[in-house]
Design a protein around this ligand. Structure first.
Ligand code: NAD
Length: 307
């Protein structure tokens, strides 16, 4: 089979070497398209591919239509909203992600943003501590679980809401499960977002939810910008001078938020959650192994689209 590694933002060179080794040791041809600047280059490279490994690269209907041999797309990472899942299903293409591989990296960033907020963006003034503060984890998946683990080390009181994760699983980690997002927001000084961007979650962090936050609350977003109702957030920040918002995903209204709330709003210069040497390598290698296993035995363990 011909495996294409298509990364507009490339993996580190040692990771590419390891991915190549996994693919070629299993008898596959391996090609790399990185730092491409035009979708046409991706379409050209995809023409002969049986499998494609990507990062945040967009695989839409047009790319799939140009790749008649394509059987599988693997997103080396957690979120897969950059792949048109319905189009893949229609074309009989399997789409996978590599869950959990970057979870610790994202969790460490979430906690570092909390510290940054608690210490007033390191502006030289006296801040507060995370110890004994309540933290609400909104979605208890791979990242959420790692945030809980680290936050407990800080001495935070940790709560979580996830309608798809049984309460006993959450409780087993020493985390307090709550029954609704509303309850989570009412209870917590810090809320850390880890929901995926889906039809259900888009714009779901809205005024009604934000209004429930207690005084001096901080919202941390290392998930996706699409889950925030940006107009509601901007108005809420204007009305609630005690509230801070820190995000790893630059919102559409970044310039306005920066100008109006410089001491309470912060966005990383680009999405940095998974940008560590360790996460980079882990996700790439997992993608390569999953692809080899798929071609060897039809293993679809991490499939995310319908058949
Ligand atoms: P995951 O799939 O392991 O966990 C997602 C969790 O969300 C699951 O437990 C699921 O039950 C829960 N969930 C789904 N819909 C929900 C809803 N409506 N309300 C509450 N919970 C809901 O994913 P993960 O690895 O924990 O990553 C979480 C998200 O973080 C990803 O979807 C991705 O968008 C984002 N992410 C960002 C970065 C970054 O660089 N900042 C890196 C990795 C992941």
């Amino acid at each position: 089979m011909k495996i294409l590694l298509a990364t507009e933002k490339p993996f580190a060179a040692p990771a590419v070497q390891e991915i190549k080794k996994i693919a070629t040791d299993a008898g596959h041809a391996f090609v790399v398209l990185d730092k491409y600047t035009d979708k046409a280059q991706l379409i050209e490279a995809a023409k002969e591919a049986d499998g494609i490994i990507i990062r945040s690269d967009i695989i839409d209907e047009e790319v799939m239509a140009a790749a008649p041999r394509l059987k599988i797309v693997i997103r080396a990472g957690a979120g897969y909203d950059n792949v048109d899942l319905d189009a893949a299903t229609r074309r009989g293409i399997c789409v996978m992600n590599t869950p959990g591989q970057n979870a610790n990296a994202v969790a460490e960033l979430a906690l570092s943003l909390m510290v940054f907020a608690a210490r007033n963006f390191f502006d030289g003034t006296s801040g507060t501590e995370l110890k004994d503060k309540s933290l609400g984890i909104h979605a208890y998946g791979n990242v959420g679980r790692n945030v809980a683990r680290i936050a407990k080390g800080f001495g935070m009181k940790v709560f979580a809401f996830d309608p798809f994760c049984p309460a006993e699983v959450i409780a087993k980690d020493g985390v307090i499960p709550v029954a609704s997002a509303e309850q989570l927001y009412e209870t917590c000084h810090y809320v850390s977002l880890h929901i995926p961007a889906t039809a259900e979650t888009r714009n779901s962090i809205n005024r009604a939810l934000l209004d429930r936050l207690p005084a001096k609350a901080t919202l941390i977003n290392t998930a996706r910008k699409e889950v925030i109702d940006e107009a509601d957030l901007e108005q809420f920040m204007a009305d609630r001078q005690d509230f801070k918002y820190l995000t790893d995903i630059t919102p559409g209204n970044d310039a306005a938020l920066k100008e109006k709330f410089p001491k309470r709003y912060f966005a990383t210069p680009k999405k940095m959650g998974a940008q560590t040497a360790e996460a980079n390598i882990n996700a790439g290698l997992a993608a390569a192994r999953q692809m080899v296993s798929f071609f060897e035995s039809g293993d679809e363990k991490y499939r995310v689209n319908a058949k």
